[in-house]
Design a protein around this ligand. Structure first.
Ligand SMILES: Cc1cc2nc3c(=O)[nH]c(=O)nc-3n(C[C@H](O)[C@H](O)[C@H](O)COP(=O)(O)O)c2cc1C
Length: 190
């Protein structure tokens, strides 16, 4: 099983990226994890640039999603919503709508913010967008509020309650992936 982690923050010291690293450590050893690092190269969506000759950065993201069995997105909240570049990247991935690589893909959304609420509004909006794209959005949430107090100096998540929430969430994602592969297998055989 392969899980692709996508951070909605581009900065090196991002709490959301640290949250994904914490999730990686909670995954069973047999699960492969890749942290996607190509989001910054994705241009603003332009329908005229889409299709066969879509930008390489876009094709790379579409393919990375296609190759993964499940997706884990950690999003910050920008002005009570999803960061523009993350939404923009998902707009690219959403096309062509019927065959986009997120369709039926199990996805979990988590989030961290420096404010009190842990990006809950951004997470909710992101789930709505992902559902519109056709992803299988797993019903789980981790909200890391006051992020600077939840990680130690080496960037490790140290809050026991959040670690436990994150473990449950990661498990919900891997369970969903297993269920989907079982379902696919049953369908092939029948
Ligand atoms: C443009 C911008 C808008 C922000 N808006 C919000 C917000 O609406 N709610 C919130 O809790 N934090 C907000 N913040 C603070 C972020 O939670 C904080 O920068 C956080 O560290 C971003 O996540 P990162 O550490 O993964 O980069 C905003 C930050 C920026 C740069």
């Amino acid at each position: 099983m392969k899980i692709l982690g996508i951070s909605g923050s581009l900065r090196r010291e991002s709490y959301n990226t640290k949250l994904l690293r914490a999730a990686e450590e909670l995954l069973p050893a047999e699960v492969e994890f890749e942290l996607y690092d190509g989001l910054k190269a994705i241009p603003p969506y332009d329908e005229e640039d889409d299709g066969e000759d879509a930008p390489e950065s876009v094709t790379a993201l579409r393919e990375a999603i296609a190759e993964a069995d499940g997706i884990l997105i950690a999003t910050p909240e920008y002005n009570s919503s999803v960061p523009g570049h993350l939404k923009n990247s998902l707009d690219w991935v959403s096309r062509p709508l019927a065959t986009n690589t997120l369709r039926n893909k199990p996805v979990v959304v988590v989030g961290a913010s420096t404010g009190a609420f842990g990006a809950v509004w951004a997470q909710a909006e992101l789930r709505k967008v992902l559902a519109a794209i056709g992803a299988r959005v797993v019903d789980a949430e981790v909200a890391v509020g006051h992020a600077p107090t939840r990680f130690d100096d080496s960037g490790r998540l140290v809050d026991e309650n959040l670690l436990s929430d994150l473990e449950e969430t990661v498990e919900a994602l891997t369970d969903e992936v297993r269920e989907r592969s079982l379902f696919a297998l049953t369908n092939i055989r029948s």
